[in-house]
Every structure is written in structure tokens, then in C-alpha cells.
Design a protein around this ligand. Structure first.
Ligand code: GLU
Length: 445
């Protein structure tokens, strides 16, 4: 029998990094074992059962490339089956009706306005082997009789979760550590139904730089935001795979196909995993550099289309000359705009921080601009000569090239950070335009 692995999110309208990692690890296990990846939407709560919440989730899974083999199944459509199981538990005395004060009410069929609680057996140990955490055991004395059916006529999450895993023949439940404490209750339900227990693997907690659990309020957690900021899906899944797992050869940046080959759920470790935005950026930059030119151009296109310059000002030929210069430097696709906008905007973007740092607080900005204006007016218009000209201006002022080029860069591009300056000026701009911008900045000083 092949493994049947499920991703079972409760829709919240966005895909949280934690859920994305869970989705990925289930997918990886399914693909690595040639098993079946089942998608089940756990929307038993009325407020979760809204199509747009689920749509957002499916969109992000598709973007990440985590295709499913079966589903999506909707838990909300299985209410009759959940009811049947609860009635059977009532019938067998394994659960009981209770009123709003939690007092037991006699009866063996569901009654509107009454909830149903599972009767916790006395003094038993419920134990299981978690793939990640090893042997885990709970004492039933520490657990309360828990609600399996709400007084409003809907199943409780744990009941639906257990019944659906059983009915769908799920063999592996890979999910976040925060769900660990619910396992003994699910196991008691599965035992009561007479269904086999799936294998559980609880993935380590994700924490931020302050070692706090990721929170929606404090941290960047929505997959859609990373997508909008120009992270590549292949970089995103590559990075997510490293949150709790690592390849045996320690080569971290690699294509998903290779990760599938190397992934073993048994190798997931239990130490909390740091969701490191800088490392994510590094992984993204590496994947960006690895794209062939045509693919890179295709991938940045949506950001170019949204850029702030007038559409007719965009020059594909100029951009083509810039591609090699920028592809090396970008951290995200969205970065492309601030790397090339000076070529297509009438005036360079005015970044106040750059201006302050270089033109106001930096050394000899006026002298550099005067010198550069004179030198660049006469030198050959090619990058080496342009560089030498600016270097000479710097030497006369006792500035190294890095310092000398800064005022020129800010005058021409508007910013301190950007593509290699001399190539960009000589290969993509007219001399007159460069001189005009230098004069304009000089006049502002
Ligand atoms: N629906 C649960 C959640 O989104 C996960 C259930 C499970 O994986 O067993 O938190």
C-alpha cells in the first residue's frame, strides 16, 4: 500500500509560512515515497466555510507548485458522516449529551441546543511514536471530557479531523507542533471508531529573530506578500524545506526535484527553526542568478509593467543591455524597478536618505560633481574611460573610487545602491543626459 499523506488546512484567507511549510513537507513526503497527496479543507467552523478564504489558499499552493493528487475535500460537506459517528458514540455510551452548564443530560440521540462530550477513560496512558518527537505519551487523568459536537449542530474540529483521516485512509499526518496536544484525543476517537492510527510527524515550531513564535501581527508571515515582493516560488519552497530539515550533503540552495530525491521525513529535527528573512533573501537571490536570461526577463516583466515610469519611456533595448548587470544584484524581482528606473524616468527618483548621506553628510560632493562634469564632458563614452575619469577626480580630492562615485551615482540614479554605475552610464545613457543630471544635482546642493 502506498502512503496517503494529507495537508489539512483550516482556511484563514491567507497561507501562513507555517502552513506553507506543512503543505510542503506533506507534499515532499508524498512525492519522495511515490504516495498520494490529499488536500482537505477543514472548514467546519461556519466562519471558515467561505469560498474566498479557500481560494486564497489554493492560489498560494498552486503558486508554490504543490500540486495535489486528490481533493480538495471539504470537511463542511461531510457533516452527515460526522453526525453519524457522534450518534454512534452516544449510542455506545462513549460520549454524552450536555447542556450549557456542562451538566450531563440523558439521551442517545442528538438534540438541538445540546453539545456532546467524549467521555475520557479513567487512568489510561495514550502513547504514540511521533516521527519527529519520538515517543509521546499523555495520561487521560490530565485530559478533560472534550466536546465532539457543538450545541449549534456542528462537529468539533478534532472529531471531524479524526473521522476524515480514518475515512480517507490517511497513513501520515505531518503538521505543526502546536497541534501535538490534540493527538491523544484524536487517538481515543480513532480507537473508538475502530480505525487505524496514522503516523504522526510534528514539525518544529517556527520562530523569529527574537526566538518568539511567528505572529501575524509582528512578523512577515503571508505567502502572498512574499509573492508580491518578488520572491520566486522555487526559492520559497527551497527555503521552506530548510525549516526543520537539511540535505545530507549540506548543499542548501537547490531545485525542488533534488530535494524530493533527498527528503526523508525521519530526518526532520525537533529544534525550533528560525524563519530567517535574510537567509530567505539569499536563497532567492541565488535562484534569481541561476535563471537563464530569457526566463529572468519573463519573470521580472510583471514588475516592469507596474513600474512608475511612463509606459512609452521604457526601452526594451536599453533594458536588455542592463539585464546582465542587474540580474547578479537583485535580491527580489521587485528590486528590478529601483535598479533601472533612472533609465526610464525623466528625472531620477529622489531618495531622501541617499541624498542626505552622500550629498549632505558625505565628503566633497560639490567638488566631485564639478570635477565629474568637466571630466565626463570630454572622455571617450565607454565604461572604462568613464570610470577612469571619475577615479581621477577622486584622486585629486583624496577620495577612493567608492567615495568619489557616490555623488555621481546619486545625481544620475537618485540612489546610493544600484547597478554597476559606469557600465550603466556609458552603455545605457547618453552623455548629455548624464551631464544634465550632474548639473541639476549640483544646483540643488
Ligand atoms: N486544520 C488544522 C489547522 O489548520 C490542521 C489539522 C491537521 O493537520 O491535523 O490548524
Amino acid at each position: 500500500m502506498t502512503d496517503r499523506v494529507r495537508f489539512a488546512p483550516s482556511p484563514t484567507g491567507y497561507l501562513h509560512v507555517g502552513s506553507a511549510r506543512t503543505a510542503l513537507f506533506n507534499w515532499l513526503h508524498a512525492r519522495a515515497t511515490r504516495g498520494t497527496y490529499v488536500l482537505r479543507i477543514e472548514d467546519t467552523d461556519a466562519e471558515r466555510n467561505r469560498p474566498e478564504l479557500t481560494r486564497a489558499l489554493l492560489d498560494e499552493l498552486e503558486w508554490l507548485g504543490l500540486d495535489w493528487d486528490e481533493g480538495p475535500h471539504f470537511q463542511s460537506e461531510r457533516r452527515d458522516r460526522h453526525r453519524e459517528v457522534v450518534e454512534d458514540l452516544l449510542d455506545r455510551g462513549l460520549a454524552y449529551l450536555c447542556d450549557a452548564d456542562n451538566a450531563e443530560v440523558a439521551g442517545t440521540s442528538l438534540v438541538d441546543g445540546l453539545a456532546v462530550r467524549f467521555r475520557m477513560p479513567d487512568d489510561r496512558t495514550v502513547a504514540f511514536d511521533d516521527v519527529v518527537r519520538g515517543n509521546v505519551s499523555f495520561d487521560t487523568a490530565d485530559l478533560e471530557d472534550f466536546v465532539v459536537w457543538r450545541s449549534n449542530g456542528t462537529p468539533m474540529f478534532l472529531l471531524a479531523n479524526a473521522v476524515d483521516d480514518a475515512d480517507m485512509g490517511i497513513t501520515h499526518a505531518i503538521r505543526g507542533e502546536d497541534l501535538l496536544s490534540g493527538v491523544p484525543k484524536v487517538l481515543l476517537l480513532l480507537d473508538a471508531i475502530g480505525a487505524p492510527r496514522p503516523t504522526y510527524a510534528h514539525l518544529p515550531l517556527l520562530v523569529n529573530a527574537s526566538r518568539q513564535k511567528l505572529s501575524k501581527r509582528r512578523d512577515d508571515v503571508a505567502m502572498a506578500d512574499f509573492r508580491e515582493r518578488g520572491y520566486l516560488p522555487e526559492a520559497m519552497v527551497n527555503y521552506l524545506a530548510l525549516l526543520g530539515w537539511g540535505p545530507p550533503d549540506d548543499i542548501e540552495v537547490r531545485p525542488l526535484e533534488e530535494i524530493v530525491e533527498l527528503f526523508r521525513i525521519e530526518d526532520v529535527n525537533k529544534a525550533a527553526a528560525f524563519f530567517d528573512l535574510r537567509k530567505l533573501e539569499h536563497v532567492n537571490a541565488s535562484h534569481l542568478r541561476g535563471l537563464d536570461k530569457a526566463t529572468f526577463v519573463e519573470r521580472v516583466q510583471p514588475w516592469l509593467d507596474e513600474a512608475p515610469w511612463a509606459p512609452e519611456a521604457f526601452d526594451a533595448g536599453v533594458f536588455d543591455r542592463m539585464v546582465d548587470l542587474v540580474q547578479e544584484k537583485l535580491r527580489t524581482l521587485a528590486d528590478v524597478v529601483r535598479f533601472v528606473d533612472f533609465l526610464f524616468l525623466e528625472e531620477p527618483a529622489d531618495d531622501p536618505e541617499s541624498w542626505q548621506k552622500v550629498m549632505v553628510d558625505g565628503p566633497s560632493a560639490a567638488e566631485v560633481l564639478d570635477g565629474a562634469a568637466a571630466a565626463l564632458a570630454g572622455c571617450p563614452w565607454e565604461s572604462e574611460a568613464v570610470k577612469d575619469a571619475v577615479a581621477e577626480v577622486g584622486e585629486a580630492l583624496d577620495l577612493r573610487l567608492g567615495k568619489a562615485q557616490a555623488p555621481v551615482r546619486v545625481a544620475v540614479t537618485g540612489r546610493t545602491v544600484g547597478p554597476p554605475l559606469f557600465e550603466a552610464m556609458a552603455e545605457c545613457m547618453e552623455r548629455d543626459e548624464v551631464l544634465r543630471r550632474i548639473a541639476r544635482a549640483r544646483a540643488r546642493l
